[in-house]
Write a protein of this length. Structure first.
Length: 749
RNA sequence: UGGGGUAUCGCCAAGCGGUAAGGCACCAGUUUUUGGUACUGGUAUUCGGGGGUUCGAAUCCCUCUACCCCAUCCA
């Protein structure tokens, strides 16, 4: 478990501590209507991860309430994804369809309570009756149906007596609710369709908002975690469970931001378009962000999970950089995978002073990877190197082979270029080279310094392989659709060369092709006759980057100008109050404004003012602290009174307590409604202003923090606050901060 | 436009009135027979803007702005 908690884990811990649930039970509830992608992986990591961290469990539930879009092949894909990621669901796979009978019973209960009715208007009318975001809707006349009528109709709907769309069951809530979702949401619709599990048994199917909360409840879920777009649905979730007066405990819903990654798309619709439009080769195309795609490409489950862990969980819509994912897979591969040599674009090199052949022993792992294993590298007169590793006219900073610059053949000898052979078009077709016999890797006595070591392959022994190079599927950071597709996202190299050990010995299925990247033996297309490797990800390439963009000028974008909107005008009475507050009571305009514009606040203020004539201090307290409490509550639900607030301010005025303590006392009043004087007395919160008491505490703090003293003296004046904070902390907030400030400043100078 | 959310470095993200964590990316240096890895150091005088409260504000109050979600018999 990561030691730093996200907001969901914080909630779970609080609930556990409060004894709200015996056990944490989460669920991963996909609709089986598409292939899971890395966004699902995030949700899986959260739900299964939380269950694991708190010794609870996580269910897998297929939310199969819409028979027309769902299919059993998707449930298999979903199960595969979870297993591949290494999680285990609790018990059997659950299906919302398992609960159809129970759900139906709950619907009947709701009807009997007068909380649901059968509506029989058509879709168009329903839309009209729903109103708009700014206008209230109205209930159809069918809302008046009797319980008996509703019961009868629902039963006949279930039996299949009506056609699709003739009737629906709706919750009877509020057609003028500000939350559109609460305007009598649909609970059931008629659907004469074949369901992949229940067949033709049901003619009616529950809607998400009805089925989901109850399925959670039925399974004993404690924390129902979903994505942000369901925030508005939470109110129905609560309404259904509360209205039914179910036996506690009941689940609560929490939302987090779904995952977005740049240069790709994540919506089911867009993914489907790509697959069906033939832009990619199926759901497991390695360029797709589907779990099947990552798996086929060679990503490991560990790397995906690490990624999910690194990006965190929050509520801000965000777009994660693919570089973060790429880092995770590289980081996972680096210490695990054998290094091997592969040449993608071969250039022939003839070593003119070499006769015969030999086999060179070479470790699969570099010195910094503590793993054992090696293979034989055939070596003879004719070899291939990467075309990019030779340059006749090298750019500045080029480390590889040139007519003037020798290079090491990795694990073998140093060579230098003697002659460049070109064809009629001026294309280089061969290099004539010379090797240094004394330079053999491991026993080099030549004393020749080279700037780099390159991969190479013996011409006769090298094996031909197919290598598939993948680049990002889209060229735009936030692709809209097909028009943003990167035309070069797939490059197939049919005749790459690889060392024979990779094919013959098969030391692993994932490799680092030295200096190129990590590659994976394609699980489907690979055969001994036609080996195929997928590029998982390239190595970091600081040379390639430098070449492409010599200087990446990062101009700091100018701070964007913010336009201030109009502030709503004050009404006449508000204006009158404002004028009186500023002129008569000498309040500053901001405080007066806050008070004057709020009916509740101003009357509270004036009531307090009648007890204590301290207009400014009172105004500050009311417009800041009391305002917070009055935001969501009415005056009569508050536990404290205006009189008590006045009392608190009086203590402040008399300097019995500090402003800091006043806040603390106020919090207490909000919770308990106790008198401020009593709170202060009971907790001994009276302010300490005597320097004789404070000074020794400061000395102690200074003695304990020599580093910070030094930093302060070096000019970090922010640290004054640190010292004041420490002193206040050790006095329980009671030290008079003004005195502390003065004393600390004095002692540190 | 009503309601519900969100805003902290180029990208994620901690932070809950007392020194602006961390990761990715980036830059520099050291090591290196991978221009990889590893290691070291550098990157926010400032938290969407403006006010206010406070000895002290990213954190509390007011206000403005931008973005996301909601008017499927989808989930």
């Amino acid at each position: 478990m990561s030691e730093r908690k996200d907001f969901l884990r914080t909630i779970v811990e609080e609930d556990l501590k409060a004894g709200k649930y015996k056990e944490v039970i989460t669920r991963f509830p996909p609709e089986p209507n598409g292939f899971p992608h890395i966004g699902h992986a995030k949700s899986i990591a959260i739900n299964f991860g939380i269950a694991r961290d708190y010794n609870g469990h996580c269910n897998l539930r297929m939310d199969d309430t819409n028979p027309t879009t769902e299919d059993t092949k998707y449930v298999e894909a979903l199960k595969d994804a979870i297993e591949w990621l290494g999680f285990e669901w609790h018990g059997n796979v659950r299906f919302t369809s398992d609960y159809f009978p129970k759900l139906y019973e709950y619907a009947i209960t709701l009807i009997k309570m007068g909380k649901a009715y059968v509506d029989s208007i058509d879709e168009e009318e329903m839309r009209e009756f729903r109103g708009t975001v700014t206008e209230a809707g109205k209930r159809s006349k069918y809302g008046e149906r009797t319980v008996e009528e509703n019961l009868d109709l629902l039963e006949r709907m279930k039996k299949g007596e009506f056609k699709d769309g003739e009737h629906v069951l709706r919750a009877k809530i509020d057609m003028s609710a500000a939350n559109m979702k609460m305007r009598d949401p649909l609970l059931y619709r008629i659907r004469h369709a074949h369901h992949f599990r229940t067949g033709n048994e049901w003619a009616i199917y529950p809607m998400y908002d009805f089925a989901h909360c109850l399925s959670d409840y039925i399974e004993g879920i404690s924390h129902s975690i979903c994505t942000l777009e369901f925030e508005n649905n939470r109110e129905i979730y609560d309404w259904v469970l509360d209205t039914l007066e179910l036996e506690p405990p009941r689940p609560y819903q929490y939302e987090f931001a779904r995952l977005g990654i740049n240069y790709t798309v994540m919506s089911k619709r867009k993914l489907l378009e790509l697959v069906e439009g033939g832009q990619v080769n199926g759901w497991d195309d390695p360029r797709l962000p589907t779990i099947a795609g990552y798996k086929r490409r060679g990503y490991t489950p560990e790397s995906i999970l690490t990624f999910c862990d690194q990006i965190g969980i929050a509520k801000a819509n965000s777009m994660v950089d693919v570089a973060q994912l790429e880092f995770c897979i590289r980081d996972d591969m680096n210490p695990k995978v054998p290094r091997v040599m592969c040449v993608l674009d071969p250039l022939k090199v003839t070593i003119e002073n070499y006769e015969g052949s030999e086999e060179i022993d070479a470790s699969y792992y570099p010195d910094d990877v503590p793993k054992e294993g090696s293979r034989k590298l055939p070596f003879s007169r004719e070899i291939y190197i990467e075309r990019e590793d030779f340059s006749e006219t090298p750019p500045k900073g080029y480390f590889r082979l040139t007519p003037e610059q020798p290079v090491r053949l990795k694990h073998a000898y140093i060579i230098s270029c003697k002659e460049v052979i070109k064809d009629d078009n001026g294309r280089i077709i061969e290099i004539k080279a010379e090797y240094y016999p004394a330079s053999k890797s491991g026993s080099d006595t030549s004393g020749i310094k080279v700037k780099s070591a390159i991969q190479w392959l013996d011409a006769k022994a090298a094996k031909t392989v197919e290598v598939r190079l993948y680049d990002r599927l889209f060229s735009s950071e936030a692709p809209e659709g097909v028009e943003d597709i990167n035309p070069n996202s797939l490059e197939v190299i049919e005749n790459a060369l690889i060392e024979p050990a990779v094919i013959n010995e098969k030391p692993d299925e994932r490799f680092q092709f030295e200096r190129q990247g990590y590659f994976y033996a394609d699980p489907i297309d690979y055969s001994d006759e036609n080996p195929v490797f997928n590029k998982i990800v390239g190595l970091k390439d600081s040379w390639g980057k430098k070449k492409k963009s010599p200087k990446q000028e990062q101009k700091p974008q100018a701070k964007k100008e913010q336009i201030d909107g109009e502030v709503a005008a004050m009404s006449e009475s508000e204006q009158a109050r404002y004028d009186r507050y500023t002129s008569e009571l000498k309040l500053n305009s901001e405080v007066a404004n806050t008070l004057a514009r709020d009916e509740k606040l101003s009357s509270f203020y004036e009531e307090a003012l009648s007890t204590l004539h301290s207009p400014v201090a009172l105004a500050n307290m009311v417009s800041n602290e009391v305002a917070r409490e009055l935001k969501e509550n009415d005056v009569d639900t508050l536990k404290f009174s205006a009189k008590q607030v006045a009392e608190l301010v009086r203590m402040l005025d008399e300097e019995t307590i500090s402003g800091k303590i006043a806040k603390q006392v106020f919090e207490e009043m909000v919770k308990s409604g106790e008198n401020p004087t009593q709170i202060v007395e009971a907790k001994g919160l009276i302010q300490i202003s005597d320097p004789a008491i404070i000074a020794p505490i400061i000395d102690e703090i200074i003695a304990k923090n020599p580093d910070n003293v030094a930093k302060f003296k070096a000019g970090n004046t922010k640290l004054l606050g640190f010292f004041v904070g420490q002193v206040l902390k050790s006095t329980g907030g009671k030290a008079n901060p003004k005195v502390v400030n003065a004393l600390v400043a004095e002692k540190l100078h």
